[in-house]
Design a protein around this ligand. Sequence first.
Ligand code: MSP
Length: 506
Amino acid sequence: MKKNNFYVTTPIYYPSGNLHIGHAYTTTLADILARYKKEMGYNVFFLTGSDEHGLKIQQKAEAQGVEPKVFVDGIVETFKNLWKLLDIDYDRFIRTTDQDHVDAVQKIFTDLYEKDLIYPSSYQGKYCVSCEEFLTRAQYDDDFKHNVCGNVAIDFEEETYMLKVSAFKDFLVKLFATDFLIPEARKNEMLNNFILNNLEDLSVTRVSFDWGIKIKENDKHIIYVWLDALSNYITALGYKSGDESLLQKFWSDETEIVQLVGKEITRFHSIYWPVILNGLGLRTPDKLLSHGWILNRDTKMSKSIGNVVNPIDVINTYGSDALRFYVAHNLPTDRDGNFTDDLFRESFNINLANNVGNLLSRTSNMIMKYFDGSLSVNADLNSEIMLSAKKTIKNYQAKMDKYNISEAVMEVLKLGQECNKLIEDTRPWDLEKEGKIKELELFLANIRQAIIVICYLLKPVLVKNYTRMVTQMGANANKIKFENLLSDEIDFAKIVTKEIIFERLK
Ligand code: MSP
């Protein structure tokens, strides 16, 4: 069923230090999907934010001798600044310390408690503070090191309230029979490691520290940071706030709900989150896209390992579009990917400088040189290159509709290569010498329109340069839409510049 609304979320990041390329990765993918869906005519809501409670944050703040709220306030500003530099166009930045979120989370707890889905008990087990996660035996080694982050798990024994996750086994088995979670491999991991064998109730309150949301039922307890954090996806839309108009719109059956997460937090989003939603009587998202990690020389980039790349350095050196492009094209979500300066520069030169950039500058150059910047004919929509462009649009949409951004971008780059090759094979400079002016003019009109298709399909990625790119072709950026890409309706003005937009990196 074609839906009219699109709701996309990123995980909310821990304000425990600076964000790195790994975090920029998820947020950029979400931003690209949001922008694509807007072009497709959807009403879009794009949510990101910060996950501010929990023991890890409390410990970091204590180490600096400041109150947790003061500690996170400063870091959250750096998050917002990064998103601005990266052209991330979110609709709300939720902080779990926002009062509307706090109030709603207390009500969520009460609702589940009153439905007997939460009950008082006690819990004992191994806990990873860095990941704020209870570990099953398979998740830590003989030295108690967590297999994801390498930190030593602590012993945890407390009086607590438990969420009856075990009662939802049938629900989860059914959910996992659908294509809710992608990629497929992650599905089997969740089923085998957590759902079919170890589906235990989850401890959802703490009494040993106080940086969190108090429950109304018992003032010794604060809510487990993951129950608090996962709830953000609905509290941000006003759930239990008194005004649920956004929720009714974006958490309804008319909305395509897509959540992006990294693979190490798949358990929370594919098991606990659907259970909470089901307990509350709310629908499950359409898709949970669990992406791989960005590695730096084959090791997960992470603060604790110390091999992080700072996105701000990359933006300052190469520009935000270059970073957005690398994320979109070079890091397919179904596997781990690498980020190194060499790979980054190589991709920039091959794709943005030699392919797209070169095509733009050589074409504007020829139109200026041979026709003083204006062509008197439109593209032949049945020419080979325009038929290719038509196929590219179709393939691109099919990939984007499956959230496969990297393959979608590759479709566009293929069209760029085809145009470049066609220029080399046709040799427009020979046409001019031979006096075949009509043929030359039509050829350039075809290429010009194919370039508009290329630019438009890259618009969700190349946010800063898009207008410059189409303006260089003489087109009016505001008038280009999916509906008129393959038509005569794009009015081309005189081309006045042959500037090089993506200069080759030395
Ligand atoms: N606060 C939780 C999420 C709560 S969502 C209800 C959290 N925060 S985090 O700051 O540690 O990380 C958030 C996201 O960043 C995760 O999706 C994680 O996978 C992603 N990444 C962190 N390092 C990464 C890489 N090196 N590569 C790709 N993504 C990485 O978890």
